[in-house]
Design a protein around this ligand. Structure first.
Ligand code: NI
Length: 136
């Protein structure tokens, strides 16, 4: 059974999404959204219990109230998974943080998701890779 729901997004992002829809020949936005969600669900299932190394990158506004503290707190909560962190001051407002992580894919994903979801994080990404062997 199909259910309907409403999505809100910035005009610019919607414009980019429509370009993507055209490039990939989707019939409409619903079809494209379904495909994106399915792809994401499969990727999460696939990676759930593997040992991985990953790179989390975050772009955020350091003026956002308490954001820096929350990011640091999360990194201490997950200190067993964090190999190293590099902070770059991009310009007057924006910071780039690159965090190298290792551990079970679901732990690494949980850490990345928690940071990316923080208010004030403009852009966040997790890239995971695995050797196919145990990394310890
Ligand atoms: Ni900075």
């Amino acid at each position: 059974m199909l259910k309907r729901f409403t999505i809100s997004m910035e005009e610019e992002l919607l414009h980019d999404f429509d370009d993507l829809i055209t490039q990939h020949h989707y019939k409409n936005r619903s079809e494209a959204v379904r495909d994106l969600i399915r792809g994401r669900v499969v990727a999460e299932e696939w990676a759930a219990d593997k040992n991985v190394m990953g790179v989390i990158s975050l772009v955020y506004d350091h003026h956002q109230n308490q954001l820096q503290e929350k990011i640091t707190e999360l990194q201490h909560d997950f200190h067993h998974q964090i190999v190293s962190t590099t902070h770059v001051h991009m310009d007057h407002d924006n910071c780039l943080e690159v965090i190298i992580v290792r551990g079970l894919a679901d732990e690494v994903q949980r850490l990345a998701n928690s940071m990316i979801a923080l208010r004030g994080v403009r852009n966040g990404n997790l890239a995971m890779s695995s050797t196919g062997k145990h990394l310890h």
